[in-house]
Design a protein around this ligand. Structure first.
Ligand SMILES: Cc1cc2nc3c(=O)[nH]c(=O)nc-3n(C[C@H](O)[C@H](O)[C@H](O)COP(=O)(O)OP(=O)(O)OC[C@H]3O[C@@H](n4cnc5c(N)ncnc54)[C@H](O)[C@@H]3O)c2cc1C
Length: 630
């Protein structure tokens, strides 16, 4: 693997993989190792890390690997019989050198452990008084995992799994078109390049490089943004996190998910590996990168709350006022970083830096089984009165049964009020309680006076139900709007909804208003505890329309804009926080909104602005609705 001298048999130089393995064992996380060698400057890849061959006097050339926060570890030999390990840059710690004699041989790892101890080392380096660093105990990926976070999935026995070294995709690369687009086909950009990154160190370097080149940076997690906040970065740099998908149990008992993992990465790894889950969104392919920091809710949220209610820490790559780039782990209760942590509990993505890791604690166990009920009503038999009954029944049920601890916290319903051209209105209900009677009661109450309906109820293991419900849908063009509701629908709103859905000038079977149940456990938190200000709603609304032909953009946008303006005409065309409605969901962004700070954040906005001023003083991370420092 290397031509470096054989000073450290079985440990250093002769076997880079073993070296990294031992050092990972000792330190928990090693990303870059520099060892001396004849081929100065050669970069090698080995399982568990990137090995750079270089001597001590070349250290300056690797300066960016040695930046605080990049977890770099330099290994240099100064004498044939002595190993000097330089800890500069390791977890922002002070420069340290450890000298050992060659006779220690393979006992180096044990020696390091004795001398520093994983936990002690990290705690010690965390406490050196570096502004902005939390007193967190940093944790390692699971034993046997590649500490760069690149999963060795699919490797044959004996294979050397080469960690992803990062890739810069420019306009001449065949991947450029794909990587310039969002999930929504309306979002096609012309960035100067896309930077694919595989670990925190690569993110730090990618951000540093873009800052030096004075290029605007946007960040893509799963690419599911409803607006063009990522792709609309012409001439800039998109940092694509999709190679950072590891999900694992960390040493301190928290669960870590990297900033490019998707919902499905988390659901599958957490459930199959540990029997726990995140109470997140129903769509497979949504990225945790944007999903978590916007709040994150799904079919288990009435039972367990929002994803952010389980957040324990977040690792973010930030850019200081002097344009130094560094990774910070923000934790609640820490005097330096608690504000940054709080801002990631609902402030939304693309605002403060690049999220490289989320840590969660006390994750809930999902139910073993779930009932899935599908109920449909034919539009042909729907009258204005029946439609009123349907929405009134649904809203009244949620008002009566959405208190914390309600037996109906096991129930989550998605009422899809589809345009008449689709032929049917449908409702999907997941019920994870033991007594099907509660589900039957709900279905009966909602359907009363609505005319004939067809219900199909199935029972299946919870993970399969989650897979079955996956609502990612195909890639097409789309537009969305949202509203929180703290009261059932007023009649004037029901009539506006009905008018929009039977609009004969617009025939799109993929146009709908989706009414999700909400509340219960979500409403046990105060509006200021996390950055999610809406903690008393009983329903969450999502206006949606999808199409494929760009020539139809105007028609579809006009319909959804009129629809929304009509429903909220008494309150200026938006769902003002007013005791009936309660603003909009930041994870369903809508650039048509003018007073978005109030609608997304209510009175949490001022605090978010202070966090922005402190952690992104140069406004490096911005988009059309990013938090303004003042
Ligand atoms: C089909 C579909 C279904 C959905 N279902 C649900 C649902 O059930 N529940 C729910 O709560 N939401 C749902 N959403 C909304 C979803 O939560 C948001 O769209 C979310 O922001 C998507 O995150 P992403 O990483 O995939 O998107 P991206 O487009 O990658 O990013 C969205 C925003 O977050 C930022 N961002 C992403 N990753 C990072 C990062 N690592 N560091 C810093 N900033 C980052 C981006 O810059 C951008 O501003 C759904 C969306 C879609 C398209």
């Amino acid at each position: 693997m290397t031509n470096a001298p054989s000073v450290w048999p079985g440990l250093l130089c002769t076997d880079a993989r073993a070296t990294i393995h031992f050092l990972v064992e000792a330190f928990g996380f090693v990303e870059t190792i520099v060892v001396p060698g004849e081929q100065d400057g050669e970069i090698m890849h080995a399982e568990g890390g990137i090995v750079m061959i270089g001597s001590d006097d070349r250290r300056g050339e690797f300066a960016d690997h040695n930046r605080p926060g990049t977890n770099s570890l330099y290994v240099v030999t100064e004498h044939p019989d002595q190993l000097v390990i330089s800890l500069t840059g390791l977890r922002r710690g002070p420069h340290k050198e450890v000298a050992m004699s060659a006779r220690d041989g393979v006992g180096v790892a044990a020696h390091l452990k004795r001398r520093f101890g994983r936990r002690r080392l990290f705690t010690q380096t965390a406490n050196v008084g570096v502004a902005g660093l939390g007193a967190a105990v940093f944790s390692a990926p699971p034993a046997g995992a590649d500490p760069t976070g690149v999963s060795p999935r699919g490797a044959r026995g004996g294979d050397t799994v080469r960690p992803f070294p990062g890739a810069r995709v420019g306009p001449n690369d065949p991947r450029y078109a794909t990587l310039s687009m969002g999930f929504n086909q309306r979002w096609v950009g012309t960035p100067s390049y896309i930077e694919l990154v595989a670990n925190t160190g690569q993110v730090v370097r990618a951000v540093q490089d873009a800052v030096q080149r004075q290029r605007r940076i946007t960040v893509r997690g799963g690419g599911h943004c409803y607006e063009d906040f990522v792709s609309a970065n012409d001439g800039g740099v998109i940092i694509d996190m999709s190679q950072m998908t590891a999900v694992y149990l960390a040493d301190d008992g928290t669960f870590c998910a990297e900033g490019g993992a998707t919902n499905w990465d988390a659901y599958e790894q957490l459930y199959k590996g540990y029997g726990v889950t995140l109470p997140g969104g129903s769509c497979y392919s949504v990225g945790l990168g944007g999903h978590v920091c916007g709040g994150g809710y799904g079919l288990l949220s009435r039972k367990f709350g929002l994803i952010v209610d389980y957040l324990a820490a977040v690792e973010v790559v930030v850019v200081d006022r002097d344009r130094t780039v560094r990774a910070v782990t923000a934790v609640p209760g820490d005097p330096h970083t608690a504000d940054l942590f709080w801002a990631h509990t609902g402030g939304g993505g693309g605002n403060f830096g690049v999220i490289t890791r989320y840590y969660f604690r006390d994750l809930p166990q999902p139910p073993q089984q779930a009932f899935l009920a599908t109920t449909t009503w034919n539009w042909q038999e729907m009258t204005p009165e029946r439609f009123r009954a349907l929405l009134t029944n649904y809203g009244q049920f949620m008002l009566a049964n959405s208190a914390p601890g309600s037996p109906y916290s096991d129930l989550f319903a998605l009422l899809k009020l589809t345009h008449r051209s689709a032929g049917q209105i449908s409702m999907t209900t997941q019920f994870t309680g033991a007594h099907q009677r509660l589900l039957d009661d709900f279905l009966g109450q909602v359907a009363a006076g609505v005319g004939s309906s067809v219900s199909d109820v199935r029972r299946m293991p919870w993970l399969q139900a989650t897979q079955t419900l996956n609502g990612s849908g195909p890639n097409q063009r789309g537009k969305y709007k949202s509203a929180y509701m703290v009261q059932p629908f007023p009649l004037h709103q029901i009539d506006s909804i009905y008018r929009a859905l039977i609009d004969t000038n617009y025939a799109n079977p993929q146009a709908l208003l989706q009414v999700d149940s909400y509340g219960c456990q979500i409403n046990t938190r105060s509006p200021h505890e996390t950055a999610v200000a809406q903690r008393s709603s009983i329903m969450k609304l999502q206006y949606q329309t999808y199409w494929t032909d760009p020539a139809k953009d105007d028609d579809d946008l006009r319909w959804i804009r009129r629809f929304y303006a009509d429903v909220y005409s008494p309150t200026g065309g938006v769902p003002q926080p007013n005791g009936v409605t309660d603003g909009c969901y930041v994870n369903y962004p809508d650039v048509d909104l003018q007073n978005w700070p109030e609608l997304y954040y209510k009175d949490n906005y001022a605090r978010l602005q202070r966090v922005k001023a402190r952690w992104d003083p140069n406004d490096i991370f911005h988009h059309r609705q990013s938090i303004r420092a003042s």
